[in-house]
Ligand binder design. Sequence first.
Ligand SMILES: [Zn+2]
Length: 256
Amino acid sequence: MLKALRRWRERRVLRSAALPDALWNEACEALPFLAIYDSAERARLRDLVVLFLDAKSIVGAQGHEVTPLQRTIIAIQACVLVLNLDLSLFDGFENVVVYPGEFVPGWEYEDDYGVVHRQDDPLAGEAMHLGPVVLSWPDVEASADWDAAQMNLVIHEFAHKIDMADGDANGSPPMADDARSGWQRVMRAAYDDFAARVGAGEETEIDPYAAEAPGEFFAVLSEVFFAEPTLLRDEYPDVYRAFAQFYRQDPAARVR
Ligand SMILES: [Zn+2]
């Protein structure tokens, strides 16, 4: 019943809201990693983007004005993650906040000894549990060119959101019970290996930040999976296969 209601609502949004062709094309051209998708997939992605933009508000902070192109570029990269999954993975939050640069979140946390720390380091992005996704626009813009930036900020933060859809950002996103033990085995082995490489001082092609925690490993490797898929397939083929199953996409097979 709820599903039927959702479909009805989605059809209504798709009938009434549209994305101008020029805006859509300009946004796609800004994201070279979309080249692997055929016209049917792009049409599906475009519908998801329309629904995403209808459901979320993407707002500027600290004087940053979000342009229609910026809004579309952010939405496309979020929706690529769920192209063959379900937009409901992004339920439970409404806002995407865009800053004109890195920002200091200023939140506090308590450590195991009960000492309260303040997070004072500037961040490029943040995904809060049941809260907004926060992005620095210059870092989103830089992400379009993987070769220069070696990162994709939007994919990273929205991968955290998918991970959080069933609780903590622990690197174990929602999936069928029979798939979970295989996922955890593959991810743990790869994480241990990567953390050991980083710990030994190796210069890795994958961002060493992935060694911070299993949740970061999932988010960083999701960036690589979509934006530089052959790198993940070459470095961690088991993880690549697990991601291909989870996201229901095989981007490395389609890279020319
Ligand atoms: Zn992260």
